[in-house]
Structure formats: C-alpha cells, structure tokens
Design a protein around this ligand. Structure first.
Ligand SMILES: C[S@@+](CC[C@H](N)C(=O)[O-])C[C@H]1O[C@@H](n2cnc3c(N)ncnc32)[C@H](O)[C@@H]1O
Length: 221
C-alpha cells in the first residue's frame, strides 16, 4: 500500500475530486458574464490575475485525477525530498505531493496561495490527510512568498497558479533546481512564453507536453 491509496488519504481525495467535478467556473456570476475570449485573456494576464482568482476563490480548480497520480509517481519515483508548489487552492495537488514525501521517508513541501479562505481549507485538508507536518503554506503572492527563504536544492516544482507568471516563478527558483529535477506545469498552453523557454534546449531543460494539459520538463544541468 501507499499513503496515496490508503486511509485516510484515499477516501479524502475521492471526496475532494467528486466535489471538484461538481463545481464549475460557469456558476460564478462574474465568470458567467465573460466571453471565452475575455476569460482566456484574463488567464494570460500578468496584471489582472489577483481579481480573476478572487472571483474563483470558492472553487477548487484542482489538477485532474490523472495529473494528481502523475505528481505522486514523479515525486515518489525520483525520491524527492524538497518540493515547491505555486498555487495551493484547496490542497488537492499538495496532498498527492506530500503523500509521496511521506512514502519517501519525509521531506519538505513549500506551497503558496494568496486567497486566505483557500489557505484555511488547504490546511484543514492536510490535517485530515495526516500530512500537515510535511507542508509549509505561504500565504501571499508567489512573486513575494517564493522570492526568499528557499531550500538550497529543489527536487520537484509544480506550477499551477496564475499561468502568465510561470516564467517569473521559474526564474525565481531556477538556480535551486537540481539536475534531474522535474517541473510540472498545469495548463501551460496559457503561457506561450513559458513553453518557448523550457522547450529551447539552450535554457537547460528537456520538455514535452504530457497528457491533456501538462507540460512536463526536467532540469538537464
Ligand atoms: C489552478 S488553482 C491550483 C489548484 C491546486 N494546485 C490543486 O490541484 O489542488 C490556482 C490557484 O493559485 C492561486 N494563485 C494564482 N496566482 C497566484 C499567485 N500569484 N500567488 C499565490 N497564489 C496564486 C489561485 O488563487 C488558485 O487558488
């Protein structure tokens, strides 16, 4: 058995994914009024992301079940000890990553979220999953919270906050990524700048689209 497939985490994740499946941005009045073009523009904005995610503060916006499993397998298979996550929300991806740390014998996960109610929900879920001791949630904008007090060496990075900030967040952490570190970027299609950067071999990554909506990259040197 693994922490991911055992009690209490497995039934907790089932419940959280079921809740995530039953919610949609379309039920939020401020979102329903937007055209798909305007929603896409906001998803790619480097300036309007705070208000955009503020409208979505009651939604989990979680990774898919498949991406969650992928995160566990990458972290577990690479014996990750130190993980950084951009975009906590209710902590569904965080639970997968922390489960891998537990099965690796321990470690440290730093995750960051600017919506205070989401931070509270994520904390509750981490306690319910028995994984809170492995996770530090930094409340605030990742551009600030991930700018200081970082571990020397990072084994895995999940990018799942405002898509337009993926290049900036990667640059904050880049010199700490160990050779062989994985970077998982969810919905990276919304950041062509990020995709161009990690796909250019001169920048020191190997990178490939993976599954429906993930860019999987590895720090090559
Ligand atoms: C797609 S959701 C994350 C889902 C989460 N990774 C999961 O799978 O459970 C993105 C989250 O990032 C947060 N966020 C977006 N930009 C942020 C920023 N610059 N700093 C901190 N949090 C941010 C949003 O409030 C939102 O909760």
């Amino acid at each position: 058995m693994t922490t991911l497939t055992d009690t209490p985490l497995a039934p907790l994740l089932d419940r959280l994914f079921d809740e995530a499946d039953s919610t949609s941005a379309a039920v939020i009045p401020a979102m329903a009024e937007l055209s798909s073009e305007e929603r896409s523009r906001l998803m790619q904005s480097k300036t309007d992301y705070r208000a955009f995610y503020g409208h979505l503060k009651d939604l989990p916006l979680a990774v898919s079940r498949e991406t969650g499993l992928l995160l566990y397998m990458l972290a577990r298979g690479s014996h990750a000890q130190t993980i950084v996550e951009f975009g906590t929300s209710f902590g569904i991806s965080t639970l997968h990553l922390a489960a891998a740390l537990r099965d690796n014998g321990g470690g440290r996960l730093i995750t960051t979220e600017f919506e205070p109610t989401k931070v509270m929900r994520a904390r509750g879920n981490l306690v319910a999953g028995g994984l809170a001791d492995l996770v530090e949630i930094r409340e605030g904008d990742a551009l600030q919270t991930l700018a200081t007090d970082l571990p020397e060496c990072i084994d895995l990075l999940l990018l799942d906050g405002a898509k337009a900030l993926y290049p900036e967040i990667l640059h904050l952490l880049e010199n700490r990524l160990r050779p062989g570190a994985y970077i998982v970027a969810d919905n990276a299609d919304y950041s062509p700048e990020y995709l161009a950067y990690v796909r250019a071999p001169a920048n020191g990554y190997l990178s490939t689209p993976f599954g429906e909506d993930v860019e999987l990259s590895m720090r090559a040197r």
